[in-house]
Each structure stands twice: as structure tokens, then as C-alpha cells.
Write a protein that binds this ligand. Structure first.
Ligand SMILES: NC(=O)c1ccc[n+]([C@@H]2O[C@H](COP(=O)([O-])OP(=O)(O)OC[C@H]3O[C@@H](n4cnc5c(N)ncnc54)[C@H](O)[C@@H]3O)[C@@H](O)[C@H]2O)c1
Length: 327
């Protein structure tokens, strides 16, 4: 059985659907701190907190877990700088409790949601996995620490892990059943669409004097379904006995903030009110992944690399669910 922790969240819910479609048996652990009940279409749910040893004990005792896919974390870089304790508690302590339960119940395989934020300000583009890990915010730092824990638990206790470093997750379930609903929302594509749909007055562009063709920051967007496929390939690799490893997951192609806005305007067929604001401190100019290693070693090929498709899938879900999962 595969245990998906954080399976009621944005990426986790898509993963649960993907695994069930592949015929896998799935149990979800979620405390609904940021996830949504409606995002869980099927599968067995254990409602509880990752940091609660008793909850983990019951879970690992009840279900025969072969592999853990660990999505549960707090995810906002800005918030992590104001409330580092909250991030160390949920992300790092949560991971420690999980690894301890895995050690106790002899569960030897884990796929971990890491992030491009572990790299900090990039020294080269596209960013390879060998790039130094020098995060510039507490969120990225907690993920770096968690990757370290996985490494050392691997060395000492034989727990084999795959740390998947996502760049910007985007889009929604191509069938239209699942979507993105973060509260507050801080991701660019939903914010752009909300402005286009009149749910927000405008979208802010932070800085238009960067050294890029249109002056705005460049990011690498990866479709949530492509992320799911990469996790599934990583699961297969772990089952074949692969050792600990880390993989970037991105498109290898960057889009500027203005390109995202222009593409969204084409998708929804109307202008999006846009306001230019000051640069935000600590925003790297460019973040673009080299995903060559995942392509080569996992055999992963993004199926939806096109930005317009990602925006279209996200838009379709927002049209059907204007208040997100509360609709
Ligand atoms: N969204 C992105 O663009 C992105 C990019 C890079 C990495 N990531 C990583 O991917 C993972 C998933 O991101 P997301 O966007 O789906 O986030 P999300 O907030 O939508 O999902 C997180 C899920 O984990 C659950 N959760 C959190 N703490 C928990 C706890 N202590 N016990 C039990 N459940 C708990 C939440 O209720 C939620 O369902 C995170 O680890 C994040 O750091 C996301």
C-alpha cells in the first residue's frame, strides 16, 4: 500500500487520483490544515497530524505500507520568514516523526516533495541537481534540512528516498475534477486568472526592470499531472531497489511573469488588469530547472510542457469552481 501524506492538498490530491488509476492501493494521511475534503475523490483516509506519534503508530500498525509519498508541509516562502517556528515545527518535526515511524515499522521507501527553493539564488541556469544548496528563505531551508535527514536515515537505517525538487507546479487535472486551492493563494497562475475573472481587481507584477527580455522575473512551470507521473516513475525505481537520489522536476524552459499574463489573456480572451510594483526582496531573477537527470534516469517526459495548456486546465477548473473547493 502507498501512504500519501498531504493527499488532500493541491499536488497530493492529483497524485492520489493518479495512483488509484494505476491500480495502486492508497491510504491518505491529512490534517486538512491547508487541504480540502472535496479534493479526495476516493481512497482510504486517516485524518490526523503527521507530528502525532500515536496517529502514526496506529496508521503504520493498521496498514501494510510499502512506500510513503510525503507532500505535507507549509509552503509559503514569505510566511516562513515571518514565522520560522511554524515551518520548522510542521516541516522538520513532521519529517522526523515520520522517519522515526518508518524506522520502527521497517518501511524502507519514501518519495519526498522538495523544491527549487533549496538552491537559493542560482549560480547557473538551467540549475542542475549538483548546484550548491544555499536557500535564501526558511521554507527552502526546512526542505534542505529534510533532504539531509533523508540522506542520513538512508545511510544509517537503509531507508531509500527520492527527493523530487519541483519548480513551479501549475495547471489542474485534465479531466477537470481537481484543481488548485491555496488559501491565501500566492501562486502566479491562479492570481492572474482571478484578476482576469474579476475575482481580484488586478494582478501585481513585482519588478519590471530585471535583466530579462521584458524586465520581469522568469520561472519554470511544470504541469501537476507531469509531477504525478514523475512520482510514479520514482516509485517504480524505488521498487527496483534504487538508492537515495534527488531529481529536479521542471520544463527546462522559463516564462516571464508578463509572458504568463499574456498567455492567460489569450486563454481567457480578455485583458487582465495588471499593476507594476516594487521588486520583492529575495526574488531570484531566473529559476529554470535542468530536468535532464529525471529524463535520463527515470525516463520522464513532461506531457503538458506548453504554458497555454497549463493555464487552460487551471482556468477550466476555476470556471467550474469559482470559490475553489468551497464552491
Ligand atoms: N505548489 C508548488 O508549486 C510546489 C513547488 C515546490 C514544492 N512543493 C511542495 O509540494 C508539497 C505539496 O504542495 P501543495 O501545493 O500541494 O501544498 P498544499 O498546501 O496544497 O498541500 C499540503 C497538504 O498537506 C497537509 N498537511 C500539512 N501539514 C500536515 C500535517 N502536519 N499533518 C497532516 N497533513 C498535513 C495539508 O492539509 C494539505 O492537504 C509541499 O511539500 C511543497 O513544499 C510545492
Amino acid at each position: 500500500m502507498v501512504l500519501v501524506i498531504g493527499g488532500a492538498g493541491y499536488i497530493g490530491s492529483h497524485m492520489v487520483k493518479y495512483l488509484l488509476q494505476k491500480g495502486e492501493q492508497v491510504v491518505v494521511l491529512d490534517n486538512f490544515s491547508t487541504g480540502h475534503r472535496r479534493a479526495l475523490l476516493e481512497g482510504t483516509l486517516v485524518e490526523g497530524d503527521l507530528r502525532d506519534p500515536e496517529c502514526l503508530n496506529n496508521l503504520f500498525r493498521t496498514y501494510s505500507i510499502e512506500c510513503v509519498i510525503h507532500f505535507a508541509a507549509f509552503i509559503f516562502a514569505g510566511e516562513s520568514m515571518r514565522h520560522p517556528a511554524k515551518y520548522y515545527d510542521n516541516n522538520v518535526l513532521g519529517c522526523l516523526r515520520l522517519l522515526e515511524a518508518m524506522r520502527q515499522y521497517e518501511v524502507k521507501q519514501i518519495i519526498f516533495s522538495s523544491t527549487a527553493a533549496v538552491y537559493g539564488e542560482p549560480q547557473q541556469i538551467p540549475i542542475p541537481e549538483t548546484h550548491p544548496l544555499t536557500p535564501t528563505n526558511t521554507y527552502g531551508e526546512t526542505k534542505r534540512v529534510m533532504e539531509g535527514m533523508l540522506h542520513w536515515y538512508g545511510q544509517a537505517y537503509g531507508i531509500r528516498s527520492m527527493a523530487l525538487r519541483y519548480f513551479n507546479a501549475a495547471g489542474a487535472d485534465p479531466d477537470g475534477e481537481l484543481g488548485e486551492d491555496h488559501r491565501p493563494e500566492e501562486h502566479l497562475i491562479p492570481l492572474v486568472l482571478f484578476a482576469g475573472m474579476g475575482k481580484r481587481e488586478q494582478v501585481y507584477v513585482f519588478g519590471n526592470d530585471y535583466d530579462t527580455p521584458d524586465g520581469t522575473c522568469i520561472r519554470d512551470y511544470i504541469h501537476v499531472s507531469d509531477l504525478c507521473e514523475a512520482h510514479y516513475l520514482a516509485l517504480k525505481k524505488l521498487r527496483e531497489g534504487a538508492p537515495c537520489n534527488q531529481y529536479n522536476l521542471g520544463n527546462g524552459q522559463g516564462y516571464s511573469v508578463l509572458e504568463v499574463i499574456r498567455t492567460a489573456e489569450q486563454v481567457i480572451g480578455k485583458p487582465i488588469p495588471t499593476v507594476y510594483a516594487e521588486r520583492r526582496a529575495g526574488d531570484p531573477v531566473r529559476l529554470v530547472a535542468s530536468s535532464e537527470k529525471a529524463q535520463r534516469e527515470l525516463g520522464w517526459r513532461p506531457r503538458y510542457p506548453d504554458l497555454a495548456t497549463m493555464i487552460e486546465h487551471a482556468y477550466r477548473w476555476f470556471l467550474k469552481n469559482p470559490e475553489g473547493y468551497e464552491s
